[in-house]
Design a protein around this ligand. Structure first.
Ligand code: PMP
Length: 457
């Protein structure tokens, strides 16, 4: 049975963002069940999942109340479109709930199926907005080096990871980047004010280079996630918003990873009292129990898009599964669990344990940096702590780390440049964290014991 599955997978299943040939050799790791913070694979190994699936299962696995909400909705009304003025109760309630829990600037919600199409929708709405306003020249978009904004045809160009561009003819000519506020690797990285000032200056310079009248929007993640869990200094997000306001360009915060309690507040924007013009979200919205994303926008943008009743052309944007009632029912229950089920509270309680655990690994010979905000964190491995040099890619350290971690019963993300990413579920207990750091340390020790790794230090 297992061998059959692995063979069928190799023959037919195209997996996202991996080397297809390497996968044909290696085969899939197949999970069969999950409970709380733990996954079980088809060989009956139990793994501590310190990455919440793909930074999404913020509640943990196996919540009966979510299953019940889905079941109930499937039984009563499994589908209703939002086209033709139709709607369903959970979709309307969810839209209102999202307006309640997001920054006050955001008053209207468009539902997508995940993060990539939320970003793509945001881009389409922005283009429509400026055309409707009679400012058709405002078509240039700016984002951040190492940023990630999904893999849609346009969003992948805002993403700044080379593998998403290569052979895809991206980025588009109207997509531009400014440097990443990567404190660990900046010469003045210890000086938060200098890092912020530099980002603000870079945005100003880029806008003046492109011409203020030509720039539509600046997109950023409050914490750069898929680019290596890079945590900008406190105050950075606010400063970027103020700069966008000053320059007359839209400020779009991509909270696909950072939303829904991941960084200690419901949204990372809350911590800095930031009021974006648009916000994208997904992942924690349904905690991965069903696909759903959203783009939220200010009333000002909505009113311009809405035009007036005599307008002949509607805003031609939508999906069959926008505001899917089952996903919406799940999201409502998931948000209830964050707010009233104690999950946000637990996340805040255990965050110091998480931080301390990461910091304690700084003394390990492989670890150059430990950083986190809330329950989103990273360790950065270096071959020399003084020069911060990265390991020779030929060592294939990331793959070795992932394998050793799996053998030690823990899953986290091992990025290609020696960064280890952690996004434990908001239900993690003190015991789960003790196990996590014991297993991470053992994994680092096991890899360090390999002679070629030791020799490269
Ligand atoms: N934006 C950000 C910040 C993300 O982290 C991701 C996914 N990791 C996306 C967009 C794309 O979301 P999805 O994979 O659901 O399409």
């Amino acid at each position: 049975m297992q061998d059959d599955l692995i063979e069928l997978d190799k023959q037919h299943y195209i997996h996202p963002v991996i080397n297809y040939r390497a996968h044909e050799k290696r085969g899939a790791t197949i999970f069969k069940s999950g409970n709380g913070a733990y996954l079980t694979d088809i060989d009956d190994n139990t793994l501590l999942d310190a990455f919440s699936g793909l930074w999404c299962v913020n509640t943990g696995y196996g919540h009966e109340s979510i299953v019940n909400a889905a079941q109930e909705q499937m039984r009563t009304l499994p589908y209703a479109t939002g086209y033709f003025h139709f709607a369903s109760e959970p979709a309307i309630k969810l839209a209102a709930k999202l307006v309640e829990i997001t920054p006050s600037s955001l008053q209207h919600v468009f539902f997508s199926l995940g993060g990539s199409d939320a970003v793509d929708s945001a881009i389409r709405f922005i283009v429509h907005y400026f055309n409707s306003l009679g400012k058709p020249n405002k078509k240039q978009f700016i984002s951040i080096e190492r940023g990630y904004h999904g893999s849609s045809s346009q969003g992948a160009g805002l993403t700044a990871l080379p593998v998403f561009h290569r052979n895809f003819d991206l980025p588009l000519p109207n997509q531009h980047k400014i440097p990443c506020p990567y404190s660990y690797r900046l010469p003045h990285g210890d000086d938060a004010d200098a890092v912020i000032t530099e980002s603000v200056a870079a945005l100003k310079n880029k806008v003046s280079e492109l011409g203020e009248d030509n720039v539509a929007a600046f997109f950023c993640e409050p914490i750069i996630g898929s680019g290596g869990v890079i945590v900008p200094p406190n105050g950075w997000l606010k400063a970027m918003q103020e700069c966008c306001n000053e320059l007359g360009i839209l400020f779009v915060v991509d909270e696909v990873i950072t939303g829904f309690g991941r960084t200690g507040t419901m949204f990372a924007s809350d911590a800095e009292n930031v009021n974006p013009d648009l916000m994208t979200m997904a992942k924690g919205l349904t905690a991965g129990y069903a696909p759903m994303g959203a783009v939220m926008m200010s009333d000002r943008i909505y009113q311009t898009l809405a035009g007036d009743e005599t307008e002949t052309a509607p805003v031609g944007h939508g999906y069959t599964y926008s505001a899917h009632p089952v996903s919406a029912a799940i999201a409502l229950e998931v948000i209830r669990l964050y707010e009233e089920g104690g999950l946000l509270e637990n996340a805040q309680k255990v965050t110091p344990i998480f931080e301390k655990g990461l910091q304690s690994l700084l003394s390990h010979p492989l670890v150059g940096d430990a950083r986190s905000r809330g329950l989103l964190g990273a360790l950065e491995l270096v071959s020399n702590k003084h020069t911060k040099s990265q390991f020779d890619p030929n060592l294939k350290l990331p793959e070795r780390i992932s394998e050793a971690a799996y053998k030690n019963g823990v899953i986290f993300r091992s990025f290609s440049d020696g960064i280890l990413g952690f996004a434990p579920a908001l239900c993690f207990s003190q015991h789960d964290f003790e196990l996590l750091f014991e297993r991470v340390r053992k994994t680092l020790d096991d890899v360090l014991a390999q002679p070629d790794v030791k020799a490269s230090l």
